[in-house]
Design a protein around this ligand. Structure first.
Ligand SMILES: *[C@@H]1O[C@H](CO)[C@@H](O)[C@H](O)[C@H]1NC(C)=O
Ligand SMILES: *[C@@H]1O[C@H](CO)[C@@H](O)[C@H](O)[C@H]1NC(C)=O
Ligand SMILES: *[C@@H]1O[C@H](CO)[C@@H](O)[C@H](O)[C@H]1NC(C)=O
Ligand SMILES: *[C@@H]1O[C@H](CO)[C@@H](O)[C@H](O)[C@H]1NC(C)=O
Ligand SMILES: *[C@@H]1O[C@H](CO)[C@@H](O)[C@H](O)[C@H]1NC(C)=O
Ligand SMILES: *[C@@H]1O[C@H](CO)[C@@H](O)[C@H](O)[C@H]1NC(C)=O
Ligand SMILES: *[C@@H]1O[C@H](CO)[C@@H](O)[C@H](O)[C@H]1NC(C)=O
Ligand SMILES: *[C@@H]1O[C@H](CO)[C@@H](O)[C@H](O)[C@H]1NC(C)=O
Ligand SMILES: *[C@@H]1O[C@H](CO)[C@@H](O)[C@H](O)[C@H]1NC(C)=O
Length: 833
């Protein structure tokens, strides 16, 4: 009786063990466009009309076909209906359990009288990854099934469908939780050897899933509803291999792979090195070859299970991928803790630039071992899907472990291959976009108009964007154009927040709800390209609280687009004068000046080589929602002098009214040129008037000259902003104006450094806030020079940059520079409005 019970319990256990099914926490099966539910292998694909909350936008239509379907498709019942999108649209799925999920998409371009589905070109993406870009079904008689695995980290998955031409469509969708251990964080990197770490946040596209040695395994025989196809057609030399199938129960042990990694059928079958050839040619490899996209990175998972040996430690073999040794003298008995018929899998990372993945098993090089080898299953997953909002930090995300010395090489290789892949994708997209704009457009093109596109595409040969000019870290900031179009509602005119010489600036919202400013380059401006590159170059290197940060850029289809953090309160200039003046208090103005000076100070000293902004002005100082000032617009920036030089010789550029007279005369650029411009900004802040106002009388046109005159006369109070009347403490005003005047010194050598300016501003703020600055700490300034003050206050040295005042310029050059200045000033005044 007791024994019977025991046996019974044992049976129940083993039955549970065999049949316990994986139950996904999240599970959405949708038959798109259908009005009824469809059941396939006990799985109910619900009509998407019953998921009305899932559809976020009504820009879609459900269509169905009465055409004779090719019923040999797997799940052909899912292909009878389709949802068609005539504009960007999305499905949104609430997620209960964050972590890895499968996303499966079914496409079939059936014929329909109203919609030509075979002409659809579109992209499908999640919040974080572009799953399909410029996707088109290969032809009207082939169904396409795509599987992705994505680690979802938010409580909602949104699948975006974006038509490139006229429409997008989808026949069915599956979204369900996968087991957490399906993809582990690390894999063996093959070239160079090392450990690749960071897989768990990656997205993958399944490219091949093979059942070695066996027939096709359909969804109903796989715990995760996967399909495994036979390997025969991929075998390089069919004579080299024999297929094995056994009915031995597979031992899924603790610590070994589970049924969710691969089902029994996969491990019960294998392709094995053939014995037939051993006599004539005792050593050979069994090789499979798979066509893949060129220049991509793949996670290759090989499934092993020793179902051929009669005893332990008899089977030894080598494994190669793309000619690289992946494992040598693999001994499954050891890897499975001395157990036959026990599954084992190994993950490898392979990069490929041939468009092929070659997997081989070959004889071990150990003596007295029978040449043999076995492989039970193989999965090839494409890794580097274009990421959307992780683009900006993707290089950081791919952490490479610390196993071997060549690991750093592996990292850069992977990143650069990823970039190459992106480049290729982009180039493809570029073509598509041109096509799009030449033909019918799905959204009104408000800015360029289709005419100018057509014209530009004609002379486009050879002048497409040159990705070679960006470094890897910069490429990581690249955004697909479609994302920017979406963020700005396709450059909606109502979103324009500024217009400058470079082009228009739009307000935008990214999918993760980050607000951004999108600066779209004017394609007509030739010099724009250079400034565009400079800005990307500078800002991808610089990060500072008081510098506007670059979120990304787009150099696609002749677009020059820069994406910045959104600065809620606009330019400093707009707060001072013009149509939207606000009441900034003196304290606020000082704090803004201090912030801007900190940003400039970082530019001048934060890097190995000083960076000279060259276009410091109130329109380039932006304010965030808390009125924190940030310096922007690095389009003209240049790195400063080398140690053995004291200046950079360069064509004079900058904005009229802010331009350093010394730079103007001698075309020699130093940090002190920025200091001069900053002095002008300080006067703007104080007087709240334009730096150049041609409508005024001659002596008033130029702010710097005018204010200097009043300071000399000791009548500064007469010209300050009336809103500040009686609100500035005299000491604070004196400190401030004195500093501004020093900045405006005729020669750079006489001007303070930005750091000195900063300390003086802080001091002016303190004088304003606290009338009782006492002299015990030496801060009273009676009779003290600026230099002494700064020395006492901050302990910072006054860097007297000794400028070589020698004779390096000729009259004619000065003359030619003067002409240039006029050109610049015209352009820049335009920008100023
Ligand atoms: C196909 O469309 C027709 C109307 O266009 C509708 O009556 C029918 O229910 C649809 N069939 C399916 C399977 O959705
Ligand atoms: C279809 O499936 C959904 C979800 O499983 C269910 O709520 C709905 O009642 C089903 N509709 C029909 C007509 O069976
Ligand atoms: C789908 O199409 C197949 C083949 O044309 C047909 O047998 C089946 O009934 C259709 N299913 C639905 C739900 O319309
Ligand atoms: C549908 O589009 C494809 C691809 O653009 C084209 O070859 C085909 O002729 C079109 N069919 C119809 C009926 O317009
Ligand atoms: C459609 O594509 C499939 C696979 O790419 C191919 O086998 C088939 O012959 C193609 N059919 C036509 C009509 O081009
Ligand atoms: C998903 O990614 C997060 C971090 O991005 C990681 O902590 C987590 O372990 C991942 N989950 C899985 C199942 O890989
Ligand atoms: C799959 O499952 C079906 C029944 O569910 C069975 O008849 C078939 O033999 C199985 N075999 C394979 C290889 O999928
Ligand atoms: C396994 O091999 C036997 C013959 O050796 C064959 O009859 C059987 O169909 C095979 N099973 C599978 C699932 O391929
Ligand atoms: C098997 O392939 C690898 C990699 O291409 C090669 O190095 C090795 O020599 C081959 N072995 C045999 C026995 O051909």
């Amino acid at each position: 009786m007791g024994i019977r019970l025991l046996i019974f319990v044992f049976m129940i256990n083993s039955i549970q063990c065999i049949f316990s099914q994986f139950i996904p926490a999240d599970k959405y099966l949708i038959n798109c466009g259908s009005s009824t539910n469809t059941t396939i292998d006990n799985r109910v694909f619900a009509s998407d009309t019953s998921f009305s909350s899932i559809l976020s936008t009504p820009k879609d239509i459900s269509v169905n076909t009465t055409a004779n379907l090719i019923s040999s498709f797997d799940n052909s019942a899912l292909y009878n209906t389709s949802r068609v999108f005539v504009g960007p649209s999305s499905y949104s799925f609430p997620i209960k359990k964050i972590g890895r999920h499968y996303i499966r998409l079914y496409f079939f371009a059936f014929s329909h009288q109203a919609y030509n589905l075979s002409a659809a070109t579109f992209s499908v993406s999640t919040q974080n990854f572009v799953l399909l870009s410029n996707f088109q079904t290969p032809n009207a008689s082939t169904a396409v099934f795509k599987e992705f695995s994505v680690n979802i980290t938010s409580e909602k998955l949104i699948l975006y469908f974006e038509p490139l031409d006229s429409l997008a469509f989808i026949n069915a969708i599956e979204v369900f939780s996968a087991p957490d251990d399906l993809i582990t964080n690390t894999a063996k990197n093959l070239n160079p050897k090392g450990t690749y770490s960071g897989l768990s946040s990656n997205a993958f596209e399944t490219v091949y899933r093979i059942n070695m040695g066996g027939p096709k395994i359909t969804q109903k025989n796989d715990t995760l509803w996967r399909t495994w196809i036979p390997d025969a057609e991929f075998l390089f030399n069919t004579n080299s291999a024999t297929f094995v199938n056994v009915s031995t129960p597979i031992k899924y042990k603790k610590g070994s792979p589970t049924r969710e990694i691969a089902p029994d059928f996969v491990y019960n079958m294998a392709t094995k090195a053939s014995n037939l050839l051993t006599v004539s040619n005792p050593t050979f490899n069994v090789t499979w070859e798979f066509n893949v996209d060129k220049s991509s990175t793949y996670l290759i998972r090989m499934h092993f299970c020793d179902i051929v040996s009669n005893a332990l430690n008899l089977l030894y073999f080598n494994v190669y991928i793309n000619g690289y040794s992946a494992d040598q003298n693999l001994d499954l008995s050891i890897l499975t803790s001395k157990s036959l018929a026990t599954p084992y899998y190994a993950d490898y990372i392979a990069t490929d630039d041939l468009g092929k993945v070659r997997v081989s098993i070959g004889p071990s090089d150990m003596e007295n071992i029978k040449p043999d080898g076995i492989l039970n299953g193989l999965e090839i997953m494409k890794m580097n899907l274009n990421s959307i909002d992780e683009l900006k930090s993707s290089s950081k995300k791919h952490k490479i472990g610390v196993i071997s010395g060549t690991v750093i090489g592996a990292c850069s290789l992977i990143v650069s291959v990823a970039c190459l892949y992106m480049t290729i994708k982009k180039k493809k997209k570029e073509k598509k976009l041109l096509k799009k704009h030449n033909s019918r457009t799905w959204i009104p093109l408000s800015f360029f108009g289709s005419k100018s596109y057509a014209k530009r595409s004609k002379n486009s040969n050879g002048t497409s964007s040159s990705y070679g000019e960006y470094s890897n870290s910069q490429l990581a900031l690249q955004f697909p154009l479609i994302v920017i179009q979406e963020a700005t509602n396709n450059f909606d005119e109502s979103r324009v927040i500024g217009v400058g010489g470079f082009g228009k600036v739009y307000r935008g919202i990214l999918r993760d709800e980050t607000r951004v400013a999108v600066k779209r380059g004017n394609p007509k401006s030739q010099q724009g390209m250079k400034e565009f590159r400079t800005e990307i170059e500078m800002l991808s290197r610089l990060r500072h609280r008081h510098l506007v940060s670059l979120i990304g850029f787009c150099d696609e289809d002749k677009e020059m687009i820069l994406i910045y953090e959104f600065m809620e309160k606009g330019t400093l200039k707009s707060h001072l004068y013009g149509s939207s003046v606000t009441n900034l208090s003196w304290k606020q103005r000082l704090e803004i000046c201090i912030g801007a000076a900190k940003g400039l100070h970082y530019l001048h000293t934060g890097q190995q080589k000083a960076i000279i902004h060259r276009d410091v002005k109130s329109a380039n100082i932006l304010l965030d929602e808390n009125l924190i000032a940030k310096v922007s617009d690095f389009g003209l920036s240049k790195t400063g002098p080398e140690m053995d030089q004291t200046h950079v010789s360069t064509a004079v550029k900058g904005s009229f009214g802010y331009l350093d007279p010394e730079y103007f005369r001698r075309q020699q650029l130093t940090e002190k040129s920025d200091v001069y411009s900053f002095g002008v900004v300080m006067l703007e802040v104080l007087c709240a008037r334009p730096v150049i106002d041609p409508t005024l009388t001659r002596d008033m046109v130029n702010l710097a000259e005018w204010a200097t005159e009043y300071v000399k006369r000791g009548e500064l109070e007469k010209i300050i902003d009336h809103k500040l009347d009686g609100k500035i403490k005299a000491e604070s005003l004196r400190k401030f104006s004195e500093t501004a005047m020093k900045c405006l010194a005729e020669f750079g050598v006489d001007r303070p450094t930005v750091n000195d300016v900063l300390w003086n501003l802080e001091y002016a703020l303190q004088l304003q806030e606290d009338g009782e600055v006492s002299d015990h700490d030496g801060l009273e300034e009676n009779g003290k020079s600026l230099k002494e003050l700064v020395d006492v206050f901050g302990g910072n040295k006054l860097e007297d940059d000794l400028i070589d005042l020698s004779k390096t310029f000729s009259v004619s050059r000065v003359f030619s520079q003067l002409i240039k200045i006029e050109e610049v000033s015209i352009m820049k005044t335009e920008e100023g409005r």
